[in-house]
Design a protein around this ligand. Structure first.
Ligand code: CP
Length: 530
């Protein structure tokens, strides 16, 4: 194996979320997993899968409890004969308030090529390390390290998802034309079910039945994500209600109630909540033939939602699922460690583009203007921001006007108003800025205004005439502004964690942005910190 970068197609890659592997790459992972599983089970030669190179170091950095993920990755790294280091929260500089970026930079510098597998309570850590360590590696002429997210808070657990999807694919005898799956349990806190919104895209036609009491329901944005991926989604409050509905899935995926992540108000109801998603013997005759149950494990020792009497029945798919964690992780290390991938011929993930098409030039109209009823006079020079918050109520639009002034530092001689449009009867806001030279309102400010007030129009006035008019729509990406920040306290980019991580936001729907790191959705007004 050549250590210099690019000797393997997957070296230096980061798997922070499921979408970091394209569908073609996932197919490759599952095909190789099938091969290694067969080779191990049939005691065939394994050397062509193994890295066998002590210049490759695997670091398992787990700052949150784990049994399956940590141990299966450890066994997979030992399979490959790489160097192996295991770090946890008790025995590392994290306890001494060292930043994530600093710790990983040092570790990366001690090896010729490093592959990090990281579990944290904080969300978005691998995405951040990918950025910080790429820059560090470039500065110091080191090969770019690889990162695998072993689970980050409530956000994602991509390698669990890959082993789940591999297991479903195997169960369906390598047919990925369709899947009908029931997700059962704590769908609010469980990252393994959140990840399904992307992971199930591996199948071409997807039906998802969500079974959870209201308190533990799947967050709306994941349901929206599933629907926009073309999944058919149905909601049920208990297994009992679901079984009466008629069309029952043949694949059920259970998750435990994550009591450690719940507030006291929800924890108090845990008995009732658990009862709604616990399987009982009386339900057995209502299942379609060939049904299989899965669970990422662990089950609760005292109150398992999948009772132990099911262990010896054909419903038990979770034991094979857990075993598949070892095989898929051997392949993941093999790919990112540079051994596997040279025979990959499919497509890599598409690198998104962020065009400036949200700024639309429109023909200026120069009809004689009446004074607005609220008293704003047409101006002879300067700029006018119009159509602010169109359709909102007056109070919301006032808030919006003050927010625009604060963020764009427009507290200068000027006027503003909220009024009702004569044409549409909708309320809208206007800011009139005669003291601003239109030539000073440069591109960067226009982009910022689009992100604060999508839907507004920007008029440049000279000598009583509108000389330029722009309609500003929601940008595809908002970045490089000091005044933006993620509101998720558990996100690595939140200033409370002192990582000096400046987030970016990507448009994910009409006027909705997701944080680059934790992917929490924000309304466009909520990305601003001032
Ligand atoms: N399924 C899973 O991630 O288990 P661990 O928390 O034990 O790693």
């Amino acid at each position: 194996m050549d250590i210099p970068e690019k000797s393997g197609l997957f070296m230096g890659r980061t798997i922070a979320v499921v979408n970091d592997l394209s569908i073609d790459e996932q197919i490759y992972l599952y095909e190789k997993t099938k091969e290694i599983k067969s080779a191990i089970r049939n005691r065939k030669s394994l050397s062509h899968f193994q890295i066998n190179d002590s210049r490759v170091s695997t670091y398992i950095v787990f700052l949150e409890d784990s049994t399956r993920t940590r141990e299966s990755f450890k066994s997979a790294a030992l399979f490959h004969n790489t160097r192996l280091s295991i770090m946890d929260a008790q025995h590392s500089s994290f306890k001494k308030m060292e930043s994530y970026a600093d710790t990983f930079k040092m570790l990366c510098g001690y090896n010729e090529y490093s592959l990090f597998i990281v579990r944290t309570k904080l969300e978005g850590v691998c995405r951040w390390l990918e950025k910080a360590l790429s820059e560090y590696a470039e500065r110091n002429h080191l090969p770019k390290p690889a990162f695998i997210n072993g689970g980050d808070g409530k956000h994602e657990h991509p390698t669990q998802e890959f082993l789940d999807e591999y297991t479903f694919y195997e169960t369906k005898k390598w047919d990925r034309s369709s899947i009908h799956i029931a997700l059962v349990g704590d769908l609010y806190h469980g990252r393994t079910v959140h990840t399904k919104a992307d992971g199930l895209k591996f199948f071409k036609e997807v039906q998802v039945d969500l079974i959870s009491p209201e308190e533990l329901a799947m967050p709306d944005h994941y349901i929206e994500k599933m629907k926009s991926a073309g999944f058919s989604v149905k909601l049920f409050h208990s297994i009992e209600e679901y079984l009466k509905s008629g069309r029952i899935a043949d694949i059920w995926y259970f998750t435990r109630l994550q009591l450690e992540r719940m507030g006291e108000d929800v924890r108090e109801k845990s008995g009732r909540l658990r009862a709604a998603v616990t399987f009982h013997e009386k339900f057995l005759p209502l299942l379609p033939e060939g049904t299989r149950f899965y669970h990422p494990l662990p089950r609760h020792r005292e109150y398992p939602t999948l009772p132990v009497f099911l262990d010896s029945t054909p419903l038990n798919g979770w034991e094979e699922q857990a075993l598949n964690g070892y095989f898929t992780r051997i392949i993941e290390i093999g790919m990112l460690g540079g051994k596997l991938g040279k025979d990959f011929t499919g497509k890599h993930p598409v690198v998104p583009e962020y065009p400036d098409d949200f700024i639309v030039e429109v023909e200026p109209v120069n009809k004689p203007k009446m004074d607005y009823k609220v008293g704003i006079k047409p101006i002879s020079e300067g700029i006018v921001i119009d159509h602010i918050g169109k359709g909102d109520d007056a109070e919301t639009i006032w808030d919006h006007i003050y927010k625009i002034r604060r963020i764009l530092d427009l507290n200068t001689t000027s006027s503003h108003a909220v009024f009702q449009s004569r044409k549409t009867d909708l309320m809208k806001g206007i800011i009139s800025l005669p003291s601003i030279d239109s030539r000073d309102f440069e591109e960067r400010k226009i982009k910022k205004l689009a992100a604060i007030a999508p839907g507004c129009t920007l008029n440049f006035i000279e000598k009583h005439r509108v000389v330029r008019k722009l309609r500003l729509n929601t940008p595809h990406r908002v970045y490089n502004f000091d005044e933006i920040g993620c509101t998720n306290q558990d996100c690595i980019s939140n200033p409370v964690h002192n990582e000096n991580t400046q987030t970016e936001f990507f448009r994910s729907g009409e006027n909705t942005f997701i944080c680059k790191y934790c992917e929490k959705p924000h309304r466009f007004k909520d990305i601003w910190t001032i």
